[in-house]
Design a protein around this ligand. Structure first.
Ligand code: GLN
Length: 213
C-alpha cells in the first residue's frame, strides 16, 4: 500500500501524522530502513538538524533515504528537515544534500525570534495559509531545477524540485492542511477536496499522545 512516512528519530513527528490522518492519507512512522518499504513519500520533520544528522548516520538511514530518493521517493523537509535536504549549509557540512539549495540555519535569530505569518501561496492553496517559523532557516540560493513556492523579503521560504519539497516553516503546527495535501499530490496520492482543518484542531493535541507499541 502506498503512503507517506514521517521520519521518527527526533523532532515534531506526531503533528505531521495527525495532519496526514485528517486528510485520510495513509501515514506511518519511519524509524528504520524497512519502514520505508512501500512508501511514496517521506516527511523529514522539524527538530534539530545536527541531532537528526547524527541519528540518521548512526542507523544508516541517510544512505537508504538517498537511494530511495534517487529511485523516486518524494521528500518533504520542514525546517530542520529542509536543512537536512540542502546541498549547501552556510558554514557547515551538508547532511543528506539531496536538493540543490543553499540554506542558512537560525537565520532569524534565537528561539525568541520565532513568529507566525499568514500569507498567500497560490501554487499550494487558493486561500492564505498560516505559517509558523521556529528558529527557522532561510533558503538563500535555488539551484537548477528548483522553483520557489514562497518568497518573503528577499529570501525563499518554500521551494521544490521534481522529487522534493522544502519549507522553512511548520504547516503541521497550524490548523491548515494545505501543504500536506500539496505534498500528498506530489506523492501521487491525490486528496480531492481541499479541506481546511476544523475549529476542533487543538494546537496541543500531541501533549496527551501515547505511542502505539
Ligand atoms: N534551528 C533548528 C536547526 O537549525 C531548526 C528549527 C526547527 O526545525 N524548527 O536545526
Amino acid at each position: 500500500m502506498s503512503g507517506i512516512g514521517v521520519l521518527d528519530l527526533q523532532g515534531g513527528v506526531v503533528e505531521h501524522l495527525e495532519h496526514l490522518a485528517a486528510l485520510g492519507v495513509p501515514a506511518s512512522r519511519v524509524k528504520g530502513a524497512k519502514d520505508l518499504d512501500g512508501l511514496t513519500g517521506l516527511i523529514l520533520p522539524g527538530g534539530e538538524s545536527t541531532c537528526l544528522t547524527r541519528l540518521l548516520h548512526g542507523c544508516g538511514l541517510d544512505r537508504e533515504i538517498a537511494e530511495r530518493c534517487h529511485a523516486g521517493l518524494k521528500l518533504w523537509g520542514t525546517c530542520a528537515g529542509a536543512i537536512l535536504l540542502a546541498r549547501e549549509v552556510v558554514g557547515e557540512v551538508a547532511s543528506l544534500g539531496l536538493m540543490d539549495i543553499r540554506i542558512q540555519r537560525n537565520a532569524f535569530g534565537s528561539q525568541l525570534d520565532s513568529f507566525n505569518l499568514t500569507v498567500a501561496v497560490p501554487a499550494v492553496a487558493p486561500e492564505p495559509i498560516p505559517l509558523t517559523f521556529i528558529r527557522a532557516p532561510k533558503i538563500l540560493r535555488l539551484g537548477q531545477g528548483v522553483s520557489p513556492l514562497l518568497e518573503i523579503d528577499g529570501y525563499c521560504a518554500a521551494a521544490e524540485d521534481r522529487n522534493s519539497l522544502v519549507t522553512v516553516f511548520h504547516p503541521e503546527l497550524t490548523p491548515s492542511l494545505a501543504f500536506h495535501r500539496y505534498f500528498a499530490g506530489k506523492c501521487g496520492i491525490p486528496v480531492p477536496i481541499p479541506r481546511i482543518a476544523s475549529a476542533a484542531w487543538q494546537a496541543d493535541s500531541w501533549v496527551g499522545y501515547a505511542p502505539i507499541p
